[in-house]
Design a protein around this ligand. Structure first.
Ligand code: GTQ
Length: 348
């Protein structure tokens, strides 16, 4: 940054163009370089769960529309965002409640943390939500949530709201009724698109995965089968992305979603990439070293690695970690980079 002498011709020029809604580029204060104001943060489940249960007695799902705590990055105050490009929240629903049907142009996903018996209905198809399941609500699909069990259910929500906001392209509508009447059999999307089969007349064109749920039992089995023989990635252990069966790509045009396994005793090498990433601990415990912060983590904790921040993970017990980032969008737009210790040719 160049700061001119206050009484110089250059300073006068700077002041005179202010009224023209212009500023000299040579005085810019924003640095050009990777990274964002977001900071490494952990939301511990043992702190969050009692507060969520408190909210149950103070506001109904209907009043709240969604009974959610936004996980706001302390480096992004006032935004409600966990990174500059992603929103995450913790949602709780109590038995018998309905979170009323609506739709929005933003893409949403849920990762079920705790409790049995909740379901969501997406475009007329009811989807049971069990712990560890990853559930999709693509942009502009009607969705309402309900709960037939007998104890509160808690899940992690993630949405690409910051993209919609950036583009000025967020629309939302309420459904005429609280809940959709199911119009499709349960498991319709899984049979149509999730059995290594595709309807013969199907033509692509959708930007998102047509599946509504990636069930945890199948995901976990795949991870464990791969972990036993290895090899493990030096930073990530076994790390897989949830795939769109139409093209093998990410589940959403914006959000990339991952699941990984770290065996007990794993001590990962330092890694960084331009996609700020939110993690949810599914199983196990360990430590996340993120920039200059160190967080011990336990099941259901959420922690965030901001863009381009070096981090490494170690596992005190066998760990399964769910995570999501904006890598899907960054790759398409040509922005994505990483520093991967196993691929030094990729170093920038
Ligand atoms: O469950 O539909 O955390 O619309 C934020 C906005 C959840 C939802 C959120 C939403 C939802």
């Amino acid at each position: 940054m160049t700061t001119p002498q206050p009484d110089s011709d250059l300073a006068r020029l700077s002041r005179d163009i202010q009224s023209l809604n212009a500023r000299p580029l040579w005085e810019r204060t924003q640095r050009m370089g990777p990274g964002t104001p977001a900071v490494p943060t952990i939301w511990r489940y043992r702190d969050m769960r009692p507060q969520l249960l408190r909210a149950i007695d103070l506001i109904t799902a209907k009043e709240a529309e969604r009974r959610v705590f936004m996980l706001e990055n302390p480096g992004l105050p006032g935004t409600g965002y966990i990174t500059t490009s992603l929103y995450c929240g913790l949602q709780v629903i109590k038995p018998g409640e309905i979170a009323p049907a609506h739709r929005h142009s933003t893409n949403a996903l849920r990762f079920i943390i705790d409790g049995e018996g909740a379901y969501t209905t997406v475009e007329g198809e009811r989807v049971a939500m069990r712990p560890g399941d990853f559930v999709l609500t693509p942009g502009w699909t009607w969705h309402d949530h309900g709960h037939l069990g007998d104890a509160p259910v808690i899940w992690l929500d993630a949405l690409d709201n910051p993209f919609g906001q950036f583009f000025g392209a967020i629309f939302r509508e309420n459904y005429p009724d609280d809940a959709q009447a199911p119009s499709l059999a349960e498991g319709d999307a899984a049979a149509r698109y999730g059995a290594n089969l595709m309807p013969v007349e199907y033509r692509t064109g959708r930007p998102s995965s047509p599946l509504l749920v990636y069930p945890y039992n199948r995901t976990r089995e795949a991870l464990l089968r791969l972990a036993r023989p290895g090899p493990l990635h030096p930073s990530h252990g076994i790390k897989m992305r949830y795939a769109n069966p139409l093209d093998g790509g990410y589940v959403y045009p914006t959000i990339a979603v991952f699941i990984q396994y770290l065996p007990q005793g794993f001590s990962g090498q330092t890694y960084r990439s331009t996609d700020g990433t939110a993690f949810n601990v599914v199983e196990g415990s360990g430590t996340a070293h993120i920039g200059d912060r160190t967080f011990d983590f336990e099941p259901h904790d959420v922690f965030v690695v901001p863009a381009w921040t070096p981090y490494h993970l170690s596992a005190a017990k066998d760990c399964v970690l769910f995570s999501l980032s904006d890598r899907a969008a960054q790759e398409k737009l040509g922005f994505w980079r990483e520093e991967d210790p196993s691929n030094s040719a990729a170093r920038s």
